[in-house]
Design a protein around this ligand. Structure first.
Ligand SMILES: Cc1cc2nc3c(=O)[nH]c(=O)nc-3n(C[C@H](O)[C@H](O)[C@H](O)COP(=O)(O)OP(=O)(O)OC[C@H]3O[C@@H](n4cnc5c(N)ncnc54)[C@H](O)[C@@H]3O)c2cc1C
Ligand code: SF4
Ligand code: SF4
Ligand code: SF4
Length: 447
């Protein structure tokens, strides 16, 4: 048995490609399926006898090491504290890039790029793996960067799944690459840790994993949908997280450019409903229980706290789990310590959504007799009846949106009508039920 027999794009393959780089016979491949989703396939029947590397690497395989086992192995040391929401940590900080322009051209406060630049400048690493734009689908890819002055070409965020295979293969093959820092979402961080157990080159070369907090990731159809909905056909570039004076830090812009160079900019509020109802959310994300990239050496996130909400320039919150990285960060003059509870507070919506959403997804998937990633069930929260109703709708939207989009011929009007017919009244009842639930809870508390 190999990983292709258990995960598929419709349930639990995020399309990260880490298993592809670790397969000793090189016969795994990421392919697009008929709904434009990325999925793992095998090219032929070349599996080695008794090999189960891919099953030990995949973050959604029930055979692979989970975040608790990894983080205990990596960070259970005297310099680390433990918090049951965020995992191990040395210190927590809030801050931003000391150079204003760099801060403005970043996703949040620009400190991921600052750290990568410092690591290259100080020659602590020779290569960083970052995500850059491409001119056609997939619009983002992992790329290798060796020069500190180039790090800022890769700032900001990519909100579609990214296959890391090509970049990992270059690291494995190229002997001039010795020390690497990789920016990774929590699931990719875990897959990379698992990969280091089976690939000696990755074990010796991956020096740091720089984690990003992650709420969800979208399929390639999301970008297609956003562009067509806003009158952009032949998209050639999309940039998320464009900051502008007068916007709050949550309402960042999305800039889209077509092949003729025509631009259109929208903001998060233009697609907030699609975001929160999990339209085009990669199905595997429904089964995710790692918010704070618990296996990464350092973690960056947005400062979703009331005192930073109005700032259009952006701030980072940071959790450190590595002394060397902590030292670099703590020496930045535009940074200060923050209490761990504030970090948890800043991500309360993501924590709630992931814990209750995963509980619902696991229950539904088990009922549907589909392959269900085990995840850390002790981390999940059972939602109440009203919440469960809403999480079930979101799960179904995420599971079916790609299919409906392709079946609608990528026609926005047709797609919207179809979605509304299937989910419109359910969403109405879901929201109403939840509102009633909140009112009843409030009355009970007042008594
Ligand atoms: C898909 C996704 C979901 C996120 N969800 C949340 C959330 O729910 N809550 C929260 O607080 N923060 C979330 N973040 C993290 C946050 O938005 C910022 O990325 C983080 O604070 C770093 O900001 P920065 O200004 O320091 O980054 P920058 O200095 O702009 O650098 C960002 C770095 O991240 C790399 N990068 C961008 N996208 C990806 C990607 N998909 N995979 C790997 N590397 C990438 C870039 O190449 C660049 O090197 C998310 C990020 C992503 C990509
Ligand atoms: S079981 Fe081994 S040989 Fe077969 S696909 Fe997985 S990693 Fe490759
Ligand atoms: S390791 Fe990544 S690409 Fe491979 S099956 Fe798992 S999620 Fe898919
Ligand atoms: S939500 Fe979880 S599974 Fe989805 S991309 Fe983020 S870390 Fe990976």
């Amino acid at each position: 048995m190999n990983i292709t027999h258990i995960t598929s794009a419709e349930n639990s393959c995020i399309g990260c490609g880490v298993c592809v780089s670790t397969c000793p016979t090189h016969h795994l491949q990421i392919e697009k399926n008929e709904y434009n989703q990325l999925s793992i396939v095998e090219q032929d029947n070349k599996c080695l006898e008794k090999c189960s590397i891919c099953l030990n690497v995949c973050p959604f395989s029930n055979q692979s090491m989970n975040e608790d086992t990894w983080s205990n192995k990596l960070f259970h040391k005297s310099d680390q504290q433990y918090h049951n929401e965020i995992g191990y940590y040395i210190n927590c900080y809030v801050g931003f890039h000391p150079i204003e322009q760099r801060r403005l051209n970043s996703a949040s406060g620009g400190l991921v790029s600052y750290l990568l630049e410092s690591l290259l400048e100080k020659k602590i690493v020779d290569t960083v793996l970052v995500v850059g734009n491409k001119e056609k689908e997939p619009f983002f890819s992992y790329q290798l960067c060796h020069k500190s002055e180039n790090v800022y070409n890769y700032s900001r965020s990519a909100y579609t799944i990214i296959n890391i295979t090509q970049a990992l293969d270059l690291i494995i093959k190229n002997d001039s690459i010795q020390n690497v820092a990789i920016v990774a979402l929590p699931c990719v961080s875990k897959a990379l840790r698992n990969a280091t157990k089976h690939n000696q080159k990755l074990k010796t070369k991956i020096k740091y994993i720089i984690g990003l907090v992650c709420g969800q990731q979208k399929s390639n159809n999301f970008i297609d949908y956003l562009a067509l909905k806003n009158g952009i056909s032949n998209l050639s570039k999309i940039t998320f997280r464009v900051k502008k004076r007068g916007r709050t830090n949550g309402d960042f812009g999305v800039e889209m450019i077509n092949s003729k160079g025509e631009k259109k900019e929208i903001t998060f509020s233009d697609y907030a409903k699609e975001w929160s109802f999990k339209l085009f959310t990669v199905p595997a994300c429904n089964f995710c229980d790692d918010i704070f990239a618990e296996t990464a050496d350092i973690v960056f996130m947005d400062a979703w706290l009331p005192e930073y909400r109005l700032s259009e320039k952006g701030e980072n919150l940071i959790i450190t789990r590595n002394q060397e990285l902590d030292e670099i960060i703590s020496n930045i003059k535009t940074i200060k310590p923050i209490k761990v509870n504030r970090i948890v507070e800043s991500q309360s919506t993501v924590i709630n959504n992931k814990k209750k959403g995963s509980w619902t997804a696991i229950t539904l998937s088990n009922k549907e007799l589909k392959y269900t990633p085990l995840k850390r069930t002790n981390r999940l929260i059972k939602p109440n009846f009203a919440e469960r109703y809403l999480y079930k709708i979101k799960y179904n939207i995420s599971m079916n949106a790609d299919k409906l989009w392709i079946e609608s011929g990528r026609n926005n009007n047709y797609f919207y009508t179809k979605m509304k017919r299937i989910y419109g009244y359910k969403i109405f009842w879901g929201l109403l039920l939840n509102k009633l639930g909140i009112i009843i809870k409030k009355i009970k508390n007042e008594k």
